[in-house]
Write a protein of this length. Structure first.
Ligand code: NAI
Ligand code: MG
Length: 356
């Protein structure tokens, strides 16, 4: 029997509507070559939907998406709809509602891409940032009192549960076990944040004991940011709380070069709910509608999706095709110094994937 995967396809806004079709071309080529079926369900939920209906998605939106195995998302956000409205109306409900607690970003310098770091090559930059995506510093606990008076104050509580902390650490260690270096770095700040971060360190040490084959180290978040820039070659899998992971998951792809190629995954590792795969970039209103954006971040995200769905060889083949296109003089979009259109790049990668 053929393996079938049900994919919810949400292009969203702006260049999402240009990059997603290219990733579908590549997915189709991979499905043919590796002998699986993809059942696609298309959703046009976007800022346009919001303008027409007052909602980013229907009230039963999550129930509809729950029918799928994975979600492939373009980008969400468009001028005229406040970013917090579009974010909290679509992306955040999906991430939280489907308990996608692991936000994972490969930070890998690809051939032919210029890193802003001097004298670094592909051999130096190849690591993952794993961010806790549901609790930590981004909690709703807190409040404001004595508003508008001299006594006014605000508090914001961090929440680190044992379950929430252990499960993200475990995800990071399991990811490291699949990598040759088998190395996990923890982002901490236990010298300044004296309750939650020593707890994080304690759970990290406890988890490390269960993985004797994994090498570990930890750095305070401030110097860790400096090390990302000065010593990117020190890292393999870097795990952080919601806030520290947020910072590192933008810094990491930045040291690896163009925003147009960086992928990301929002994963529910237990697979109780669909996971979501999306490029790091947004809807790029400044270039949307011209069909000149780079589709590689979207295509690489689709490759991460296939790996999650158990089609590891297909996923690896797509990443290899991206590397071949970038190394050899394949078509490149403007952000990479080329002149090609979005569809030229998508078609070229799909052809490389199809080739035997
Ligand atoms: P952006 O990532 O959309 O654009 C930043 C800059 O990078 C722009 O100059 C853009 O032209 C360029 N760029 C981005 N992707 C590119 C690609 N694939 N190829 C070539 N160039 C590319 O970030 P910005 O401008 O801050 O946000 C625009 C909208 O996107 C906002 O509404 C924002 O909220 C939303 N956004 C959504 C995200 C998501 O859906 N997860 C993530 C980031 C932003
Ligand atoms: Mg961020």
């Amino acid at each position: 029997m053929t393996r079938t995967h049900r994919i919810a396809v949400l292009p969203g806004d702006g260049i999402g509507k240009e990059t997603v079709p290219e990733s579908l071309k590549v997915l189709d080529a991979a499905a043919r070559r590796f002998g699986f079926d993809l059942t696609l369900t298309h959703y046009d939920w976007s800022c346009e939907t919001y303008r027409q209906t007052g909602r980013m998605m229907p009230a039963d939106g999550l129930d509809q998406l729950a029918q799928s195995d994975s979600i492939l998302l373009g980008a969400v956000g468009w001028p005229g709809v406040a970013d917090h409205v579009s974010l909290w109306g679509l992306l955040i409900p999906i991430r939280r509602g489907f308990d996608q607690y692991a936000n994972v970003r490969p930070c890998k310098l690809m051939p032919g891409v210029r890193t802003p770091l001097a004298d670094r090559t592909e051999a130096d930059i190849d690591f993952y940032v794993v961010r806790e995506n549901t609790e930590g510093e981004y909690s709703a606990v807190g409040g404001r009192m004595f508003e508008g008076t001299d006594r006014e104050f605000v508090t914001q509580q961090s929440v680190f549960t044992r379950q929430g902390t252990d499960r993200i650490l475990k995800y990071a260690f399991n990811l490291a076990m699949t990598r040759p270096k088998k190395h996990v770095t923890s982002a901490t700040k236990s010298n300044g944040i004296i309750h939650t971060m020593p707890y994080w360190d304690e759970r990290f040490a406890a988890m490390a004991q269960q993985y004797p084959d994994v090498r570990t180290d930890q750095y305070h978040i401030d110097i860790l940011c400096a090390h990302f820039v000065q010593h990117p070659d020190w890292f393999d899998v870097v795990v952080g709380s919601n806030l520290f992971g947020d910072i590192l998951s933008d810094l990491g792809p930045a040291v690896a070069g163009s925003i147009g190629i960086a992928p990301s995954a929002n994963i529910n590792p237990e697979r109780r709910f669909p996971s979501m795969f999306e490029p790091v970039h947004g809807s790029a209103p400044d270039i949307a509608g011209k069909f000149i954006c780079n589709p590689i971040g979207q295509i690489w995200s689709a490759a991460l999706m296939l790996e999650h769905l158990g089609e590891a060889e297909a996923g690896r083949t797509i990443v290899a095709a991206i590397e071949t296109l970038l190394r050899e003089s394949g078509p490149k979009t403007r952000d990479m110094g080329g002149q090609a259109g979005t569809a030229d790049v998508g078609t070229a990668i799909a052809e490389l994937v199809a080739a035997r």
